[in-house]
Design a protein around this ligand. Structure first.
Ligand code: S3P
Length: 175
């Protein structure tokens, strides 16, 4: 049984590589905390009326990043919310500057091997997975991103346990 004492933090922001479990862990965590769960990619799709891969591939990555930052500005300050970011949101100083002090930021750590296997099994349409379809390319991409994800206040190993267990380990950071 986990005791939840979320007084110090008003919201949780999850960052990490593709297929690190941000959405599945985020959902479990929101249940544990009794907070709302928001998935940034889903919010972008709802707001624009376009799937991520269409925005990304037809309009270009820069266009997608602009929309992502704009929509994130509305979502990041929300209280009582667990927000799962898209894997590229953390790669911007400007995006990080919008994170309130009382938000618990958590990096879900995953190895390129596991992320690759999960992305393959999940079968979701991920533009950067389509462009980096080998473990080696995933490893290179992750290497260039680690320092950005490392700006999160906490990190958890996202390969140890199922989403509920990982969510429980995040709750321990809050206690
Ligand atoms: C991206 C990750 C995706 C999505 C977009 C770009 C990235 O989200 O935002 O395809 O740059 O890593 P997930 O991390 O949920 O796959």
């Amino acid at each position: 049984m986990v005791t939840v004492n979320a007084e110090q933090f008003d919201s949780v922001l999850l960052v990490g590589f593709m297929a690190s479990g941000k959405s599945s862990v985020g959902r479990e965590l929101s249940t544990l905390l009794g907070w709302k769960f928001t998935d940034m990619d889903a919010a972008i799709e709802k707001k624009t009326g376009s799937p991520i891969d269409i925005l990304f591939n037809e309009k270009g990555e820069n266009y997608f990043r602009g929309i992502e930052s704009e929509i994130a500005l509305e979502l990041v300050p929300l209280k009582g919310t667990v927000l799962a970011t898209g894997g590229g949101w953390a790669l911007s100083n400007q995006n990080w500057r919008a994170v309130p002090e009382d938000t618990l930021t958590v990096w879900l750590k995953v190895t390129p091997e596991v992320a690759f296997k999960r992305a393959l099994n999940e079968g979701l349409s991920r533009p950067l997975f389509d462009q980096n379809k080998s473990v080696e390319e995933f490893a290179l991409l992750l290497k260039g991103r680690r320092h950005w994800y490392g700006r999160a206040r906490h990190s958890v190993d996202s390969e140890q346990g199922d989403p509920q267990e990982i969510a429980e380990s995040i709750v321990k950071c809050i206690d």
